[in-house]
Design a binder for this molecule. Structure first.
Ligand SMILES: Cc1ncc(COP(=O)(O)O)c(C=O)c1O
Length: 373
């Protein structure tokens, strides 16, 4: 059987990793400034993470959501404490798209309404509701297209207010920082006004922190720069350092009922063991603070380079706007300088390294990056 050919692949295969590096079979070392698409939060093969998963799989890898699983409670307690959301409830699932699907369902169940307001260039995933909320018709099948989703420009509070005043909307869905769009940070004042307006019209504010959350922005959640508290927050990617997991943090105003949401694999023992280990590492090693300081350093150093058109982002979620083709530049970074980076659009290079990156490794990246300018 051949593979269904939907990915554009680099002709390269990392077979092992350590910290901020990955290695091919011939032992060549690559600097990983991409983190497998913002997924590697605590570094490749962190010993505490490896130990936690190995120990758990030896004991019990999986059982269903029809029995008690105290690992879910341990995870919820830790996540509540570290994020400042200990009064919220946690629903666990398996991916980012699924987290957004569940968030949208909750908002719709709660209000009895069906319309969702989203933002230009948004990306929320590829399942039915998530892709409908994604501003990219080329990845929406006719089956996914719906009048239930409308888009307005990011940071345009007047248009948000105008649409919400219709009374038809159950939710506003916004990324903490737009990632796939090329790293666009909603401004803090806009986020505060968005919170006011959604409260005024009794519309759920859902912040998608799937890429921007878990310390990536230099705060635990990117929306915490604006001081707001959304009604629902979605997470995935860095939550379990590559073990598939998604999560929905839910304000106490939503009343659960049996069978309202559900999943076979969500919150399974192995995923919880991985996610608990990730939080322990983030806390013990001060990785949110590290993301903030190394991120600010990288952004400041990149902004000094006259060849760079613009540098956007917060913490370790950085978009570098270059002259010419980003795809070509990234290919040269990979094959000539042995550095993995991410892309976004025609001219943006995205940096999404593990939160463990040191200044020394950041300097090594800058040195290699500058060689290609
Ligand atoms: C902001 C955002 N939301 C949702 C998703 C979808 O996550 P997943 O691929 O785990 O379904 C992504 C993935 O890139 C994302 O960046």
């Amino acid at each position: 059987m051949k593979l269904f050919d939907v990915y554009s692949l680099y002709d390269i295969e990392p077979i092992s990793g350590r910290g901020n590096y990955v290695y091919t079979a011939d032992g060549t070392e690559y600097l990983d400034l991409y983190g497998g698409h913002a997924v590697i939060s605590v570094g490749h093969a962190h010993p505490h993470y490896v130990h936690a998963i190995a120990e758990q799989v030896e004991r019990l890898g999986f059982y269903s959501n029809s029995v008690e699983n105290s690992l879910q409670r341990t995870l919820a307690d830790h996540l509540g404490r570290i994020s400042g959301y200990d009064d919220y409830a946690l629903f666990l699932c398996n991916s980012g798209a699924e987290a957004n699907e569940n968030a949208l369902k909750l908002a719709s169940f709660h209000s009895g309404k069906s319309k969702v307001l989203c933002f230009s260039k948004a990306f929320h995933g590829r399942t039915s509701g998530a892709v409908a909320a994604t501003d990219n018709p080329s990845i929406q099948a006719p089956f996914n297209r719906t009048d239930n989703v409308e888009f307005v420009p990011l940071n345009d509070i007047a248009q948000v207010e105008q649409r919400l005043s219709s009374g038809e909307f159950c939710a506003v869905l916004i990324e903490g920082v737009q990632g796939v769009a090329g790293i666009h940070v909603p401004n803090d004042e806009f986020m505060r006004r968005l919170r006011e307006v959604t409260e005024r019209y009794d519309v759920s504010l859902i912040v998608d922190e799937i890429q921007s959350g878990y310390g990536r922005s230099g705060k635990f959640f990117a929306h915490q720069y604006s001081g707001i508290r959304p009604d629902i927050i979605t997470c995935a990617k860095g939550i379990a350092n590559g073990f598939p997991m998604g999560a929905v943090l839910i304000s106490p105003k939503y009343e659960p009922r049996k069978g309202m949401l559900g999943t076979t694999f969500g919150g399974n023992h192995l995923a919880c063991a991985a996610a608990i280990a990730v939080l322990e590492i983030i806390e013990r090693e001060g990785l949110v603070e590290n993301s903030h300081s190394v991120g600010e350093y990288l952004i400041a150093e990149l902004r000094k380079l006259p060849q760079i058109k613009e540098v956007r982002g917060r913490g370790l979620m950085i978009g570098i706007e270059i002259e010419g083709s980003a795809a070509e530049f990234r290919k040269r970074l990979l094959f000539e300088q042995h550095v993995f980076t991410g892309g976004a659009g025609a001219t943006t290079v995205r940096l999404l390294p593990a939160l463990t990156i040191s200044r020394k490794v950041a300097d090594l990246f800058l040195e290699r990056f500058k060689k290609l300018l």
